[in-house]
Ligand binder design. Structure first.
Ligand code: GGG
Length: 369
């Protein structure tokens, strides 16, 4: 049923970025349009061509000088993917765009769900050889998003000589670590299993990681109802593969979280459906919603990218903006389309032959009806 739109629109800044970002973002918007009509959620989309390597090629920088003013007044940023290494080195494109947003808008939580969805097969099997069922793998990876190993403190000396030296410091602040840990504990407290796993490497990285562990211990005292464990990152990746069902909320530093949040979705069949939310939980600044996957130059332009990660990111965006109904409608649409019984189209990463637009249309139809 169509409902009247009566509140001021949520203002969404749209940046499709590079590669398959250009293909999956329109499908995210298609589904948002459908949910907006169905539930009367007023949305205003403002499109920007920056934060892309194409923009860089024209302007010599990833963002215009006034990007904070142009984006800052929005309720959320809806982002595709960045990176086109043929023309711009990856560290230039990433540091010139996404990492600027995360820092300037203090998006200190990167929330990345990894859930085995109906109709998707995990490449993993249980110890007894049986397959995982939908929902049996269901974790939320919380990645620290503004400091840690992704620091800009360091440098290069004696470049190009035999004495060349490079250094990059890991930065952990008590404020930065405590706030992301608190977010993760709060999240765990609201889930049935109430369990939190922390990724560390305090045996090898013997200054910052013991500090991380200390802060986990300290913040845990505020959450006696949440059980917890902690693993070194190396064995934790093995546990993800051998017993992914053991994990509920997993909290990690910037780099470890980045790695785990590709591995978690891969354990759930494909990273083509994995969404992410870069959150400023206090809502002082806009939060950013993007798929976990990147620009995928190998398949860009072929129209075969799976748009579900982008569409699911749109659902996370609506949830964060207070429209849980919109989130739920989109998730139901995704689940219906992924269920083979629906006969809906599937992209090649899920064994089908459908195009990006076929899948986007199928989800939009479910959401709109
Ligand atoms: N949509 C995600 C994207 O474009 N990722 C590119 C990338 O390299 N990201 C690294 C990161 O998230 O830190």
């Amino acid at each position: 049923m169509k409902k009247a739109v009566d509140s001021p629109p949520l203002r969404i800044a749209v940046m499709a970025g590079d590669g398959i970002g250009q293909e999956v973002v329109p499908e995210g918007l298609r589904v948002l349009d459908a949910v907006s009509r169905r539930l009367g959620i007023a949305l205003q989309f403002d499109h920007f061509d920056f934060a892309s390597c194409t923009y860089y090629e024209r302007h010599g920088q990833m963002l215009p000088d006034d990007w904070k003013e142009r984006l800052g007044g929005h309720d959320a940023l809806f982002f595709g993917a960045v990176g086109w290494p043929k023309t711009v080195p990856d560290h230039v494109s990433l540091w010139g765009s996404l990492l600027q947003f995360r820092r300037a808008f203090d998006q200190y939580v990167n929330l990345r769900p990894a859930r085995l969805m109906p109709g998707v097969r995990s490449p993993l099997v249980k110890r007894d050889g049986s397959p995982y069922a939908a929902g049996e793998i269901d974790m939320l990876i919380v990645r620290e998003n503004t400091e840690g190993e992704y620091s800009s403190i360091g440098g290069r000396m004696f470049a190009g000589t035999e004495r060349e030296i490079v250094m990059q410091e890991t930065v952990m602040s008590r404020l930065g670590v405590d706030r992301v840990l608190r977010y993760a504990f709060e999240l765990a407290r609201r889930r049935p299993r109430r369990h939190l796993t922390s990724a560390t490497k305090s045996n090898g990285i013997a200054i910052t990681m013991p500090f991380w562990d200390e802060r986990v211990e300290a913040i845990a005292a505020e959450f006696p109802d949440v059980t917890r464990d902690q693993f070194h990152i190396d064995i934790l990746t093995a546990h993800f593969v051998q017993r992914p069902q053991a994990f509920d909320v997993v909290v990690a530093s910037n780099l470890f979280g980045d790695i785990l949040s590709d591995l978690g979705p891969a354990c759930c069949g494909t990273i083509g459906i994995a969404p992410s939310a870069n959150l400023n939980p206090e809502r002082k600044f806009p939060s950013l919603f993007e798929p976990v996957h990147g620009s995928a130059p190998d398949i860009a332009g072929k129209g075969i990218a799976n748009p579900i990660a982008q569409i699911w990111s749109a659902a996370l965006m609506l949830d964060f903006l207070g429209r849980r109904d919109g989130h739920d409608a989109i998730l139901r649409g995704i689940e219906t389309v992924l269920d083979p019984a629906s006969g809906a189209p599937r992209t090649p990463d899920l064994g089908g032959k459908a195009t990006t637009a076929d899948v986007g249309r199928a989800v939009a139809e479910c959401v709109g009806s």
